[in-house]
Design a protein around this ligand. Structure first.
Ligand code: SF4
Ligand code: SF4
Length: 472
């Protein structure tokens, strides 16, 4: 029985409810009156429930799709302005006891190089990341209680926060590790993590069990209920995601929104972020072996509809996607992107030799961070290295209520400008710096409150003098 308030995976992600949603969407996709009513409701910018959003996803009318894209773009502008938050992944270890059939780290893969960073290696990697200009990391690790116990993850987080190279600092560490216990989530919270990210991979239980034939991840309920345990452990910013390509995308889309509705219903706060990875080629993995792959247009439609359905949830896209796909979906709602990523264990300090490959997937966007920053600014976006909310304690419902009141805008814009200024001063190439300085000057005028504008201008001057880390 479907119940968004239940704490049982099979009740808040009810298979029957998803099937009914898909059949409702299919039946109504050409119901002009209903589609119109849903679009009008979406224009109120309060989001859409899974059933209504699924009708829009099923709708193939080009005019309606164009209207969805326009609306997604407008919501993106209203909630996130022209800022794009930057981050980088850091793979700590690819030892893994699970058997996920789509991931090269699965336990049976004997030809991938297995690596685990020592604390000294983490220092080197993080120093290299700081020297590029990164301030926000997402750490990733396989599941292996012997090689990567929680103590190793906690120690690594402490190491990362302790490194201060030149003007560099990692100010927010998000964590993407396997589903774990309330006690371990509490420890992660105490270690000062930002968002806890866990991809569901697929919400379809039967497929999930086939795709995860062995290891602790095989347990669908334990995995699906992880966010509730994370919340119970005090982590109030959680990040959802599915791996598009494993199951039918319409099924996943409904499941994703139901998961978001569940978190809101039970904990009063929806997901902080949603990631939208698509399956990629990797060692031992051929994406064509999975027959649910989605083309770029469908992918764009999904991104636009996530933006419309959960306006307050950040959307993340990685370097799995090419520059051109990234260009398209940034416009439609993506608010965070990774730049200059290495998907191997280590590899920032020194690139991996080709015969010693530990990468989780092939990267499609191989540009440097400076090139990505330059490219964003050419498109009039402001690359932001902001981490202010988490450091000011604006997490979970505090973040959401500010966001819903439209107040977050008063912080994000000046924070983006100040952190971009730090980047330009400390890491940018001369050309990137030149266009960045011009962008900051023109964007300064777009801070509505005069007082905030003045303070921001003053901070920008102080950054020029060498002082760092201002924030609203
Ligand atoms: S997806 Fe995660 S849990 Fe599965 S094999 Fe890869 S690293 Fe291990
Ligand atoms: S002020 Fe908060 S919401 Fe805005 S960019 Fe910074 S961390 Fe994100």
């Amino acid at each position: 029985m479907y119940d968004p308030k239940s704490l049982k995976a099979e009740e808040f992600i009810s298979h029957e409810e998803i099937l009914e949603t898909l059949s409702y969407a299919e039946k109504n996709k050409n119901n002009k009156e209903l589609v119109r009513a849903i679009l009008d409701k979406a224009k109120e910018r309060k989001g859409l429930p899974h059933r209504e959003a699924s009708v829009l996803l099923a709708c193939e009318d080009p005019e309606v799709i164009a209207e969805m894209y326009d609306l997604a773009e407008q919501i993106k502008k209203d909630f996130y302005g022209n800022r794009i938050v930057m981050f980088a992944p850091l793979y700590l270890s690819n030892y893994c006891v699970n058997g996920c059939v789509y991931c090269p780290y699965h336990a049976k893969n004997k030809h991938i190089a297995r690596k685990k960073l020592t604390q000294d290696e983490i220092v080197k990697e993080v120093t290299a990341l700081q020297d590029m200009g990164h301030k926000r990391l997402a750490i990733e690790s396989g599941e292996d209680p012997i090689n990567n116990p929680i103590e190793y993850i906690l120690e690594s987080i402490r190491t990362i926060y302790s490194i201060k190279h030149r003007n560099g600092a990692i100010r927010r560490v998000n964590v993407n590790i396997a589903a774990t216990t309330v006690e371990n989530y509490r420890k992660l919270k105490e270690a000062g993590i930002g968002t806890y990210i866990l991809f569901q991979e697929t919400y379809h239980k039967e497929s999930y069990e086939k795709l995860h034939p062995t290891g602790p991840k095989h347990n669908y309920a334990y995995h699906t209920e992880a966010m509730d345990r994370a919340m119970e452990g005090g982590i109030d910013d959680v990040g959802l995601g599915v791996l598009f390509g494993l199951e039918l995308y319409k099924y996943e889309f409904a499941g994703l929104l139901m998961h978001a509705e569940h978190l809101e219903a039970v904990h009063g706060v929806g997901p902080h972020t949603i990631s939208v990875p698509r399956i990629k080629r990797a060692d031992d993995i051929d994406p064509s072996a999975f027959d649910n792959g989605i083309d770029d247009d469908t992918f764009a439609k999904i991104c636009a509809l996530i933006r419309i359905s959960v306006p307050y949830t950040g959307m993340i896209i990685s370097t799995r996607e090419s520059k051109s796909v990234r260009e398209k979906v940034i416009r439609l709602g993506v608010s965070q992107i990774s730049g200059a990523s290495r998907t191997s264990v280590g590899g920032y300090c020194e690139p991996e030799p080709e015969d010693d490959n530990s990468a989780q997937f092939d990267v499609s966007d191989n540009r440097t961070l400076d090139e990505v920053v330059h490219w964003l600014m050419d498109m009039k976006y402001i690359p932001s290295f902001c981490t202010a909310c988490y450091r000011e304690g604006r997490t979970g419902d505090r973040f959401m209520s500010l966001c819903k009141a439209g107040q977050i805008q008063n912080c994000c814009h000046p924070n983006a400008l100040m952190t971009l200024k730090e980047y330009l001063m400390d890491y940018a190439s001369p050309d990137t710096r030149k266009i960045g300085e011009a962008l900051i000057q023109s964007e300064l005028q777009n801070i509505p409150k005069e007082k905030v504008r003045e303070i921001c201008a003053d901070h920008l001057e102080k950054i020029e003098e060498g002082i760092r880390d201002f924030r609203f």
